[in-house]
Design a protein around this ligand. Structure first.
Ligand code: F6P
Length: 594
């Protein structure tokens, strides 16, 4: 990296913490100064930028503005919550620990509860953890954003899961402290303190929690947080809300928000399990050590910068050619592949076929609450062989995701099948240093193999969680970078955002202000693009956001169209023609600005 580039990066690392930096936005929605020109970067520079953004997660507190992952107060709260879980683990009668969230937050709730229920099973204990995801299990594999706006649905789903329970530790995850679905659940907990102890995980300070009125409710997310802060003083509610810095692509909380959620909750639950089952008390030092192991995970993963860049380049080329990227995974790494692929649709306006994940063992291995989700959600390797493989060629990327503990002969069989159709086959394999996994034949079949070597671990479960985080970082880099290379991002903003819930509606209105036009004019342009009209009617302007977002569900390119109209003053039809001629959103925007 050129000296000047690096110096510049270092000076922008803390810029977002200044009170003057985008002051009206919460941290989770701010744009990251490190990635201002990610849209013009090469594959290897994209990876370096993402590495620098991820590293911000572990930066120490500087000044009093923001609590960080390693801040004393955060670690102390993690200890308290771990002790609460420990108590339940020691006497699980009529008790439950529920993790709940929307989008990626709900997907991670699923991943984490699955892992810790498995750990209990191995100890011949009953399952104690449940997950809730807004929109049900289909949201594990696709975007279901409207239910995120529904606090009553959140309450009902929590009540249903907890039926008959006398003691529930509820962990609500909302990276932006913003989802009404989660606010509703926390409200329910506050109404019934005799049963529920609420914990909130998110990545903004309390005063930045969303304060917009929620239709039909007397509370906002912020008012719920304020009541929790009061209760936290008497240890009856807990807030875990360190700042991890703005996302590399503004608002894309699937990235650092998701990673930090995984880190925090695994640290808490691991400490509780160790305390309950191996007599290892929850200590400040123990929690910190576990956090440091995750910090090391970032170093070990990004030590493979060159390999990751090559993968990103290959995936970017496939997407630019209108071809596809497939993740074929084993075990929980496959689940991470399914999650990453599903997020590309709402995040980048990608097609369902652009990036797809498949898991060895299908739904049996996924082990989700609702079981198989029907023909629209085919996820087994057999589905890949029948539905996808026949149409693959060298322009398509296939990525194998496995570890030394998986069935390597099965990986090899799959590699052979794929190799018959495409030479664009790649692999990521995690293994412990010195292990001699018999995967040489797989390497020979692949055009690139990323072997990530890990030092011998203190515990097998920690190692597995590190492999998962490493895979998440890698896949997030790959899919984000590939879409950046495809021209989906303008500066570090995703312009073609789907306007399918109130948070995204507000984000879209804000993005349109990049045009330099006032907010009111931007919202009008947005509505015109949603309803596909050049003049707004009273019917439209008097409808609520739910009606707008409902209508926007069936529309494409809403924000780019509105932006072209704002920048050029043209009609919607002219804007559509413009975007047809210039389908790369970044180039279309730049052409208008020029
Ligand atoms: O509305 C969509 C979305 O932004 C997802 O991309 C994200 O994972 C989800 O909302 C949840 O956001 P939060 O964790 O901030 O509630």
């Amino acid at each position: 990296m050129a000296q000047s580039e690096w110096t510049c990066s270092l000076s922008s690392v803390h810029e977002w913490e200044s009170p003057d930096y985008e002051p009206s936005l919460p941290v989770s929605e701010k744009s990251n100064p490190l990635t201002r020109d990610i849209d013009r970067a090469s594959a290897s520079r994209i990876v370096r930028m993402l590495q620098a953004c991820d590293a911000q997660m572990f930066q120490e507190e500087s000044g009093a503005t923001y609590q960080r992952l390693l801040s004393e107060q955060v670690v102390a709260t993690l200890m308290e919550v771990a002790q609460k879980v420990e108590i339940i683990l020691k006497d699980p009668r009529d008790s439950l620990v529920v993790l709940s969230g929307c989008g990626t937050s709900g997907r991670l709730a699923f991943l984490i509860t699955s892992a810790f229920n498995r750990a209990l099973q191995e100890l011949s204990q009953r399952s104690l953890y449940s997950y809730i995801i807004a929109g049900g299990d289909r949201a594990l594999l696709s975007s279901q954003e409207a239910p995120e706006d529904d606090p009553k649905l959140g309450m009902l789903s929590l009540k249903k899961v907890c039926e008959g329970k006398k003691r529930v530790l509820f962990i609500g995850i909302s990276c932006g402290l913003s989802a009404p679905f989660v606010a509703g659940q926390l409200e329910l907990c506050l109404q019934h303190p005799e049963v529920y102890t609420p914990v909130l995980v998110g990545f903004n300070p309390p005063h930045q929690a969303r304060n917009e009125p929620i239709p039909g409710c007397t509370f906002t997310f912020r008012s719920v947080v304020q009541r929790m802060q009061e209760l936290a003083k008497s240890h009856k509610a807990f807030l875990i809300n360190p700042a991890v810095g703005p996302e590399a692509v503004s608002g894309s909380s699937r990235m650092k928000g998701g990673s930090a959620t995984k880190i925090l909750l695994e640290v808490v639950l691991s400490a509780a399990h160790a305390a309950a089952f191996t007599n290892t008390p929850v200590t400040y030092k123990g929690i910190l050590q576990h956090m440091r192991a995750y910090e090391k995970t970032l170093d070990i993963t990004y030590a493979q910068k060159e390999g990751i860049s090559a993968l990103l380049e290959a995936a970017g080329q496939s997407l630019q050619r209108g071809r596809r990227v497939c993740y074929l995974g084993w075990g929980s790494l496959a689940t991470l592949g399914l999650i990453d692929a599903s997020e590309c649709i709402p995040t980048f306006g990608a097609d369902y076929e652009d990036v797809r994940g498949f898991i060895s063992g299908g739904y049996r291995a996924l082990n989700n609450n609702e079981g198989p989700l029907g023909p629209d959600f085919c996820i087994a390797h057999e589905d890949f062989l029948h539905l996808v493989l026949p149409s693959l060629d060298d322009r398509d990327v296939v990525l194998l995701l496995y570890t030394q503990s998986d069935d390597v002969s099965d990986v090899e069989k799959m590699a052979l099948r794929v190799r018959e159709k495409t030479s664009n086959l790649h692999a990521v394999c995690h293994r412990v240093e010195g292990d001699t996994a018999a995967d040489d034949d797989i390497n020979k079949l692949c055009s690139s193999s990323l072997k990530i070597n890990w030092p011998p671990p203190a515990s097998g479960s920690l190692l597995h969680m590190q492999w998962e985080l490493s895979t998440k970082l890698l896949l997030n880099s790959l899919s984000t970078g590939a879409h950046v290379l495809k021209g989906k991002i303008y500066q570090n903003h995703m312009m073609d955002v789907q306007v399918t819930n109130s948070k995204l509606y507000c984000r879209a209105t804000r993005l349109l202000q990049l045009s330099g036009c006032p907010e009111i004019q931007c919202e009008e342009a947005l509505l015109k693009a949603v309803y596909r009209v050049d003049e707004l009617t009273v019917d439209i302007t008097s409808s609520d956001i739910i009606t707008h977002t409902h209508t926007a569900r069936n529309r494409t390119k809403v924000v780019p169209l509105a932006l072209v109209c704002l920048l050029t003053g043209c009609s919607l039809m002219e804007a559509e023609t413009h975007l047809q001629q210039q389908p790369i959103v970044r180039e279309a925007v730049e052409a208008c600005l020029a």
